[in-house]
Write a protein that binds this ligand. Structure first.
Ligand SMILES: Nc1ncnc2c1ncn2[C@@H]1O[C@H](COP(=O)(O)OP(=O)(O)OP(=O)(O)O)[C@@H](O)[C@H]1O
Length: 632
């Protein structure tokens, strides 16, 4: 099954929600706004060069031998390919005079040697291209796989702070930029470096005076290339950030298309996106300008140098201090000497772009998950007899999110095994926070959450996910069939087991009416089902896992009243003997609970039975005021 992008909710994508509400296009003179958009992953854009290099080295890993082989191949290939002017020199200086003396052997030797060099160069070039493309593919696949696994392994906190669009952009356009480098860039960088070395050596051997002068001209060309690299890296960083911002904005808009249309945000969104696009265009133009400046200035220097050297060489030939053939060879080499590094400018484009992207990937990969698997997991106590529920304790729990505000402070709560608790209270009181702590989506800043006396941080993730199941308010259906979605956590479940789970939660009723039953494709994010039907499938999913503790985070709020009543009995069956924390917004939902807790400002202000709550008797007026919803 393929996961699809979740709909953003204000709490889950706070960063990405911001541009949606901001009508003003980000203008070209608004670098801070861009930086904010670029930093929608929350990371600084610059990483140490070392981190990018280390990342590249580790992705190349076992393929380093292939890389060395490619270097050897390109060394030989360049030796063969660059031999041409030497043959011209030998032909003019030796073979032609020998032919004048009726000796054709030197010319034949030169012709055969040249032919061999051409063939060897072609074969080696083919080999080099294949090797570099293979290495490139390995790097790209390795990076993408690593990014996917890394982002997926991050804690919920990480995802709450970042837009899914920007994360997707890292794994797609940034990895593609790295691929661009390996596609053609590496080939040209290596050949340019190798040919530079060869030509310089041969020039010095042919004539040290002209050779040294030619090399001296390389200094300003090199300096111009260095300053281009420095300037363009900044531009490429900004360009990549602008691309990510535009991609993130587009993905978020489409993910929230219903809200966009319901609130007529199309025009405002068009303006905002046009601003982001404009910014991207501007950065692209800036990159092209840098490139143009570099190419024209360095070509000018090189061409003036070539003209001077050609004139000087001609003067020496005329004065008899340089052989004509040597002069011809040097002139031919001169063009290549400057041409290759100048062409490197074009490759630097790909190189800089890849370097900027690699930096961003390295920064993302350096983030450690905040919720980590214990190094030495503690086993959960074996459950006695047929019992399934486990005791839950919140002990002196304090939790502050990243903004530092404490949502819970020294919070204590004991839930005996098998008890169902309904948690109610005003918005922002901390109900979902308690649920997230129990599912270990977050760890407490201090204090402990215990399952049968064992701190959640000491329990292996496999035991924890098998023991505690959370059904969020909006359940997510992945592309695939209904059966596959129910069996999400137990792909080995038989169809009979899947059916029993659906029957237990009341999902079977509507699944049975579908033409393809359990084999029905759920469509994009389960879009062909109502929110309530999606939620019933999600409940069946949990039933199949058979956890000891179930957390329903307003999971029944989207189920319509008649079907909620219908599933209430089923829910009772699902929750029976299990420990359950049910966040409820409807009085009808709390009927299934043994105990009701009213939570406000991170504190329990009422601990009573459902009967006490609904009877209006015995409860302080304050509690009744805090109970905002009603079925009637
Ligand atoms: N990821 C987060 N980062 C920062 N603050 C958060 C985060 N999640 C929740 N909060 C804040 O913590 C407080 C408690 O939020 P929580 O979602 O637990 O409340 P709730 O009782 O479940 O509210 P509701 O009934 O509206 O869902 C709120 O003030 C909220 O803004």
């Amino acid at each position: 099954m393929r996961p699809s992008t979740p709909s953003p909710t204000p709490s889950s994508t706070p960063e990405s929600a911001r541009p949606q509400l901001d009508d003003s296009p980000i203008g070209p003179e608004d670098p801070d706004a861009l930086a904010a958009a670029a930093d929608s992953t929350g990371e600084p854009v610059e990483a140490s060069k070392g981190a990018s290099r280390r990342l590249l080295r580790s992705v190349l890993g076992p393929n380093i031998r292939r890389l060395w082989l490619a270097v050897v191949v390109v060394l030989l290939q360049q030796a063969a390919a660059l031999a041409g002017p030497v043959f011209v020199t030998v032909t003019i200086n030796r073979a032609i005079p020998a032919l004048g003396a009726h000796d054709a052997v030197p010319l034949v030797v030169v012709a055969v040697a040249y032919g061999c060099c051409v063939i060897v160069a072609a074969v080696l070039q083919n080999m080099f291209i294949r090797l570099s493309v293979t290495v490139g593919q390995i790097v790209v696949t390795g990076l993408r796989t690593r990014l996917f696994a890394h982002i997926q392994a991050q804690s919920v906190e990480f995802h709450e702070d970042r837009s899914s669009g920007t994360l997707a952009s890292r794994a797609s356009s940034d990895v593609d930029a790295v691929r661009g480098l390996f596609g053609s860039g590496i080939d040209q960088i290596v050949t340019a470096a190798v040919s530079l070395f060869y030509i310089s050596s041969v020039l010095l051997v042919l004539d040290w005076q002209l050779g040294s002068a030619a090399l001296a001209v390389m200094a300003p060309v090199y300096w111009s290339m260095r300053s281009f690299r420095k300037r363009s890296l900044q531009v490429y960083r900004r360009r990549s950030a602008a691309a990510a911002a535009a991609a993130g904005d587009m993905s978020e808009t489409f993910a929230g298309i219903r809200t966009v249309q319901a609130f007529s945000r199309e025009r405002a969104n068009d303006n905002r996106f046009a601003g982001l696009n404009q910014r991207h265009r501007k950065e692209n133009r800036q990159a092209a300008m840098e490139m143009a400046r570099y190419v024209t200035s360095s070509r000018l220097v090189a061409n003036i140098a070539i003209a001077g050297l050609v004139l000087w060489g001609a003067h020496r030939v005329a004065s008899g201090t340089l052989e004509l053939g040597t002069y011809a060879g040097i002139v031919l080499y001169l063009r290549d000497l400057y041409d290759k590094p100048l062409r490197l400018g074009g490759v630097l484009d790909a190189y800089q772009s890849a370097a900027a992207s690699l930096e961003k990937i390295a920064v993302l990969l350096a983030i450690e998950p905040t919720v980590v698997e214990p190094s030495r997991p503690a086993p959960l106590p074996v459950l006695p007899g047929h019992s399934v529920g486990r005791r839950v304790d919140y002990e002196q729990v304090t939790l502050a999110y990243r903004d530092g505000r404490e949502v819970l402070r020294d919070f204590n709560l004991s839930i005996p095994a098998g008890q169902t608790i309904a948690l109610i209270g005003p918005s922002g009181g901390g109900k979902s926070t308690l649920a997230k702590l129990l599912a270990r989506f977050h760890d407490p800043t201090s204090g402990h959450v215990l399952l049968d006396g064992v701190d959640l941080r000491s329990i292996s993730m496999a035991d924890l996910r098998g023991g505690v199941a959370l059904v969020p308010q909006e359940s997510f259906l992945f592309s695939g069939t209904v059966a596959e979605n129910i069996a999400l956590a137990r792909p080995d479940a038989t169809l009979e087991e899947i059916r029993r789970a659906a029957e237990a939660t009341g999902a079977h009723r509507f699944i049975a009416t579908l033409q393809d039953g359990y084999q029905t494709d759920v469509g994009d994010r389960g879009g062909r089902f109502s929110a309530g039907e999606q939620q019933l499938i999600a409940l069946a999913r949990v039933f199949l896992v058979n956890p000891s503790v179930i957390v329903l985070d307003e999971a029944t709020s989207v189920i319509d009243i008649p079907s909620e009543r219908a599933v209430r009995n089923a829910l009772r069956a699902v929750l029976r003997e299990r420990t359950a924390l049910v966040i409820a917004h409807r009085p009808s939902t709390i009927q299934i609970a043994d105990r009701v807790l009213v939570l406000a400002d991170g504190r329990i202000i009422e601990d009573c039975t459902p009967a006490e709550l609904t009877s209006d008797l015995g409860l302080p007026a304050k509690t009744r005021e805090l109970w905002p919803h009603s079925d009637s």
